[in-house]
Design a protein around this ligand. Sequence first.
Ligand SMILES: [Zn+2]
Length: 260
Amino acid sequence: MLKTLITLASICFFALGLSAQPANGAAILARKQVPVICYHQIRNWRPSDKLADKDYIIPPATFKTHMKMLADSGWHTILPDELVDYLTKGRQLPAKAIVLTFDDTDGDQFEVARPELIKYGFKGVFFITTTNIAKNKHYMDKLQIKQLFDEGNVIACHTQDHTNFKKYKDQDWEIQIDKPTKKLEKITGQPVKYFAFPFGEWNSAGLPELHKLGFKAAFQLSEPRDPGDPIMTIRRILGCGYWSAQTLDYNLKHDFGRLH
Ligand SMILES: [Zn+2]
């Protein structure tokens, strides 16, 4: 009898202990993925644009059809805090939750994407490469970044100058991630908690550095997630310039509809 009680007590303790822990990698990987779309430049194609570049350049008219399709299909944008709470603690999300992300500080994200987001009540995540801030007329300046933040969007780190994460050593962590993050925090006045890998490229060896620097999550592109650290390798798909709204709709269902 005593033995049974002890066993029961230890099972309860074990269960309580488990629920108090953040989710481990396997638990995160087992959850259905929330679609995350990644946009870059939003402008009309030029004759000089190479074929491969057009994955990263979406004409404004096409971008607008993407946003309209998402709104008409009942998608709701969520922000990384909600996504992380869902992945680590099982927080309830709206049915059709999606994350919209924008990389590289392009000015047309402010000029073209922002009004579309506002039109549909969407919020986005802007991954800023700090060397691009006000670099020329094609990039956002500090005031625009602050305005996006004040309007409820998330400002996040996309390195100092887009150097590949796999190459970082010694001072690079400070130059490419820590200093740019502090620069963004100065602009917004709030902690910057999220990171996106340049080119979507990452290696497992570097992931502990992101934890050390205080990031809550990091975003890659479409590779499999790191089984030991899926929160630092959240998948995104490119919102390709070639994709009609129907293609995007199909890919949201068929890419993020399955587990990776
Ligand atoms: Zn980038």
